[in-house]
Design a protein around this ligand. Structure first.
Ligand code: CA2
Length: 152
């Protein structure tokens, strides 16, 4: 079975419980449950992982290369704007990655407009709340289905 990994960075474990004005009322567990169902319906296994620790996110990216993950959907959260190391990990494993953000990072503080991750991502989806993840997954599932059609 094809695998897609959804990775979430620091503080996203607080989703739905704090700052609903910026990040909404949906919890990360609710987002993950919806994505898991969408993937399952398409015959794809969804793995989810959240960490507040940069090195743990990097280790999970390395593990994805070993378990044959076909796509990574990543919200690096605050590390978007600081982490050369996460960028290097994504670049090293060569798994197509889609960067997602709940908020539109370009309409907020200036420091949020720069992402270290975008340069190694296949694409970026930002500003659609929890739907940013669904749009990214929709694209990944579409790509995986068209790969299957070509190979089979
Ligand atoms: O909009 C996004 O998805 C962000 O990646 C969220 C990050 C922020 O640093 C990025 O600039 C944009 C922050 C995640 C913090 O999540 C919280 C959730 C609930 C309560 C407090 C923080």
């Amino acid at each position: 079975m094809k695998r897609v990994l959804v990775l979430n960075g620091p503080n996203l474990n607080l989703l739905g419980t704090r700052e609903p004005g910026i990040y909404g009322t949906t919890t990360l567990a609710q987002i993950n449950a919806k994505l898991t169902k969408l993937a399952e319906d398409a015959g794809v296994k969804l793995d989810t992982y959240q960490s507040n620790i940069e090195g743990e996110l990097i280790n999970r990216i390395h593990a994805a290369a070993a378990d044959n993950t076909a796509f990574i959907i990543i919200n690096p959260a605050g590390y978007t704007h600081t982490s050369v190391a996460i960028r290097d990990a994504l670049s090293a494993v060569k798994i197509p990655a889609i960067e997602v953000h709940l908020s539109n990072i370009h309409t907020r503080e200036a420091f949020r407009s720069h992402s270290y991750i975008s340069g190694v991502a296949l694409g970026v989806i930002a500003g659609f709340g929890p739907q940013s993840y669904e749009l990214a997954l929709q694209y990944a599932l579409h790509r995986l289905a068209s790969q299957d059609a070509k190979s089979g």
